[in-house]
Unconditional design. Structure first.
Ligand SMILES: *Cc1c(COP(=O)(O)O)cnc(C)c1O
Length: 395
């Protein structure tokens, strides 16, 4: 019958289908809004809940299902949802679990936009939040009240890099029956398993900005939300479906293509970052080096008890005798380190911060802070760049 169709129609309904059984190194890219059902019985029998078939592009394709399974394995969980950014993953967890009248507790050193979401949208919807000191599990336990429905964790903290006692914080929340969610972007499923913490503790939810290590290219935005608990997964999944947080197939493919090199990239950036951080700690202009794997950094003992690796990320606090302009001159003199947000890509990045305005708890750091993200350049070139920029700015 197809031979009687107009050639233009045949471009839409072509009889050819390629042979089955194609195998290649990387999974294929399947793109769809519409998914075709074989017949009305198949349409009526559609199942959105399990990965037994396909219903609509928003709810999964072979490409997104494959990426979900790989991230679940990476995180040490069983079920993963993909969302368009790391921040969308934080939003999904909040929107799925919190209702008007509920309270969420957020570490004082959490990723800034997560606190902004709580201060603005969540507050507007009648969801309150308080910031807690992540280095004091007993204080967290004392803060949890009947309204508390979710405790966020982050290890280490954003910019100031304090590594908390994750197991102790989880224990405090679990003792009161409160769900825990970790922003696991730094650990990336490599440094530690959030579902298997010291003492047998486990978070309920681990989210990641796949934007960072899993993508590794500085060119993709994506987030993931992983659980081990089927009921909790379904609660998140239904909110995910109703909110329409789908991801594009080309972006999913970019992350799938980068995952085989994730562990190697993480290890290389870890090695280079530790060496550069140790070198910077010896410089007279630097008052503190904040890297959780360096002895003396806040929470080093917790890092040691929890992790077997560290991300290629650290901050330095310049001596308080240097004005902001002098530190800016150092940052501007860097040639290989580029100025920009995000991390875990090929290019080393720097961002200067004034910590005082970023915390509700008083900061111990009076000098200007610079956060370094180590890329994949040759380590000797990065060291020479730091050396020449210190010379330019401080003589
Ligand atoms: C980057 C980042 C996010 C947000 O990820 P986006 O994909 O940029 O929205 C969340 N948490 C942490 C710790 C991050 O570093």
């Amino acid at each position: 019958m197809s031979t009687q169709l107009d050639p233009a129609t045949l471009q839409i309904h072509h009889p050819y289908s390629p042979p089955a059984g194609f195998a290649s190194v990387q999974p294929g890219v399947f793109k769809a809004s519409t998914v075709i059902f074989a017949n009305t019985a198949a349409l009526r029998a559609r199942n959105w809940k399990e990965k037994t078939g396909y219903t609509y592009g928003l709810h999964g394709t072979p490409t997104t299902f494959t990426l979900e399974e790989r991230i679940a394995t990476l995180e040490g969980g069983t079920q993963t949802l993909l969302v368009p950014s790391g921040l969308a993953a934080i939003a999904l967890v909040n929107l799925a679990l919190l209702r008007s009248g509920d309270e969420v507790l957020i570490p004082d050193n959490a990723y800034g936009p997560s606190k902004e979401l709580a201060r603005n949208e969540l507050a507007g919807w009648g969801i309150t939040h308080r910031l807690y000191d992540p280095m004091d599990a007993a204080a967290l336990a004392a803060m949890i009240g009947p309204q508390t429905k979710l405790v966020w964790l982050e290890a280490p903290g954003s910019v100031t890099m304090e590594f908390p006692d994750l197991a102790g914080l989880v224990r405090a929340a679990r003792a009161k029956g409160v769900t825990t969610a970790i922003d696991n972007t730094w650990g990336a499923g490599i440094a530690f398993n959030a579902f298997s913490l010291p003492g047998g503790e486990a978070v309920d939810i681990a989210m990641q900005a796949l934007t960072k290590f899993p993508s590794g290219g500085g060119d993709v935005l994506m987030g993931s939300v992983t659980t081990c608990d089927e009921a909790l997964h379904l609660k998140l999944k239904f909110a995910h479906m109703r909110l329409g947080f789908g991801v594009g197939a080309n972006d999913a493919e970019a992350v799938l293509r980068a995952l085989p090199t994730l562990a190697l990239r993480y290890a290389a950036q870890d090695r280079a970052a530790r060496t550069l951080a140790e070198w910077l700690a010896q410089r007279s202009q630097i008052a503190h080096v904040l890297h959780p794997a360096l002895p003396g950094s806040p929470g080093f003992a917790h890092w040691q008890a929890t992790c077997h690796a560290a991300a290629g990320l650290f901050s330095v606090v310049f001596d308080a005798r240097y004005a902001s302009e002098e530190v800016d001159a150092f940052v501007d003199a860097l040639k290989l380190f580029r100025i920009g947000y995000s991390w875990a890509g090929p290019v080393s990045l720097v961002v200067p911060y004034h910590v005082q305005g970023m915390r509700s708890l008083p900061s111990v750091y009076t000098g200007v802070l610079v956060r370094f993200s180590i890329g994949l350049e040759a380590f000797e070139d990065l060291l020479a760049d730091l050396q020449q920029a210190l010379g330019v700015a401080f003589g």
